[in-house]
Design a binder for this molecule. Structure first.
Ligand SMILES: Nc1ncnc2c1ncn2[C@@H]1O[C@H](COP(=O)(O)OP(=O)(O)O)[C@@H](O)[C@H]1O
Ligand SMILES: [Mg+2]
Length: 249
């Protein structure tokens, strides 16, 4: 065991939903540590609360009770835009259904991730309208740099020759690769993946897991949620969500 602090430490996480006059206790006290460089799989049946948990770990949702310390920051002490900014810089999300913008090319979809992580798009545009030439040049140079990183990321996921393709012209596996490039573009400390192979055939799923393995070998910390034991086994460590609590396998 190393003595380095976990990159994510969740304590006593509870999340309930009010639905049709009833309270649904989905997470009932989850403690979880994710170590730097680790690939953790969170396994659980459909409806067991996996997505709910992953959203809390990355600050996409707030818990009813409990804390998440992410990269030394107690993230739920942050509110609104501050939390958004923190999340966009530190966490990269990948979803089962990709969540790409259909009107944009692969490259533009990845650039969206980069814009979210730096400054809000609207602020950059406002900056452009009101700023002098120096600000304008600065903005353009940042854009260029962002574009270079986005291309690097698409190369990294094997799509260097698909930069101008729109999602409709990509296969499912390729769409997920674009989504992974978007998640990685701000070099997040943690990649949070919610059933990333859930919509793919077996061969394509295994090629996405190969990509995760390669990212992991390069040092990327990963938390991945799945209902599939075989997929979960690709990670270093598996924890299982049962009745709102985690058990180690
Ligand atoms: N926003 C919400 N409002 C009400 N119920 C919700 C909400 N989000 C999730 N749930 C319920 O919480 C349970 C767990 O959901 P989820 O985390 O999506 O499970 P999983 O990802 O493991 O399939 C489900 O029963 C679901 O219906
Ligand atoms: Mg889910």
């Amino acid at each position: 065991m190393t003595s380095t602090k976990p990159i994510i430490q969740a304590r006593g996480l509870k999340r309930s939903f009010h639905e049709a006059g009833r309270e649904l206790h989905v997470l009932r006290g989850v403690d979880l540590s994710l170590n730097r460089g680790e690939w953790l799989s969170i396994l659980g049946r459909s409806g067991s609360g996996k997505s709910t948990l992953l959203h809390l770990l990355g600050g996409l949702d707030r818990p009813t009770r409990g804390t998440v310390v992410f990269d030394d920051t107690d993230i739920f002490t942050l509110r609104g835009a501050k939390l958004d900014r923190y999340r966009n810089r530190h966490a990269g999300f990948v979803f089962q259904f990709y969540h790409l913008l259909p009107e944009l090319s692969a490259l533009e979809n990845v650039l969206i991730g980069s814009m979210l992580g730096r400054d809000s798009l609207s602020r950059s545009i406002t900056g452009l309208v009101t700023a002098g030439l120096i600000d304008l040049l600065e903005w353009l140079s940042r854009r260029k740099e962002a574009q270079k990183t986005a291309i690097e990321m698409l190369d990294r996921v094997g799509l260097g020759d698909r930069l101008t393709h729109r999602p409709a012209k990509l296969s499912g596996g390729e769409r997920q690769r674009v989504a992974i490039a978007r998640a990685l573009v701000n070099r997040p400390s943690v990649l949070l993946a919610d059933e990333p192979t859930g919509n793919l055939d077996a061969d394509t799923a295994s090629s996405i897991l190969d990509l995760f393995r390669s990212l992991h070998n390069d040092g990327q910390t990963i938390a991945m949620v799945t209902h599939d034991q075989t997929v979960a086994d690709a990670g270093d460590r598996v924890v299982t969500l049962v009745k709102g609590k985690l058990t180690a396998d």
